[in-house]
Design a protein around this ligand. Sequence first.
Ligand SMILES: Cc1ncc(COP(=O)(O)O)c(C=O)c1O
Length: 375
Amino acid sequence: MAVVAEADKLRQQGIDVVDFGAGEPHFATPQHIKDAAIAAIQANFTKYTAVGGTTELRDAIVQRHAADFDSDYRREESIASVGGKHALFNAIQVLVDHGDEVILPVPYWVSFKDIVRYAGGNCVLLETDEAQGFRVTAEMIERMITPRTKLIILNSPSNPSGAVMSPEDLTEVVRLAHERGIWVISDECYVYLNYTDRRFSVGSLREFRERMVIVGSLSKTYAMTGWRLGYALAPAAVVTAMQKLQSQSTSNPTSIVQKAAVAALKGPQQCVTDMRAEYIHLRDHVVNGLRAIPGVKCTMPEGAFYAYPNVSEFFGKSGMKSGADIAHGLLHQAHVATVAGEGFGTTEHVRISYATSMENIDKALERMRKFFGGL
Ligand SMILES: Cc1ncc(COP(=O)(O)O)c(C=O)c1O
């Protein structure tokens, strides 16, 4: 958000800024989803609904998940919220007490850390190795467990690195947590943007779901970031507690949006397949372009729509000391908006969101080439 604000300031001065900053799809919401929202307005579906979403929507959520990931959640184990972030926020408030420890792999999406802190918990950061593709394993997590560990937060595909955990690694982490009586929140907001041929949700691990919360979102899957519709799948007691919390803040997600969400989840899924194919195309192009810049290193992201290049080679040149310096230089000198790795817990990277047009990517890559070449 801070980057967007700074980039906007430059735009107001008439400067053409290429936006690699915003973490959202560049696609329009598919027509059949928009039509469902318009029909909902026309039909006066504009009143309060049940706090956790209509039965129609909750059924659509569990059925979509069952069809795609072989899970068997019941309606009572689902809740619709005002975006995935809202579901995540409520789940963390419900699960984490003051002084609890939460294991969080680095790099992490910045909101995880702040939401845990808001709940009074302490994040225990798990460093990962870029050379291993930021891999997270059960052995690594096991070393971080203490008697205070309450929760492990997983996010695969990852924002910001695009790293994808293998089904085996995910299974082992969830098994470990189950054995130790530790909760797992699996943020699967990018689960449909997995570019390996092994799309996987921990929700398919039915035997371990007693202490598991899956957070999902329509934001990225259906290009619906502004609509604000996310959900959680969790044991019924957790869902009940989350509903209680939600009932004293937002109440139900917008009624009209719920109708659109049903259309998204129950309608044709070709739009998801098409957008995924386009992201792969853009990913390959942007990573090849970044790797062609002397000094820039970039692991191949296997999901989401982020690349996370390592720019540490330039530290010490032209006063650059960190990812934040590079991101600042890229914005103010090259007019390319990126996000510094510091917000995600690493100092050597910048995050690039390649959910934009090929033309914008080419323009930004050219500017970056010049910028780095001039350091
Ligand atoms: C890892 C991750 N989780 C959750 C979200 C929340 O998305 P929303 O609240 O739009 O569903 C985001 C959005 O950027 C994200 O990157």
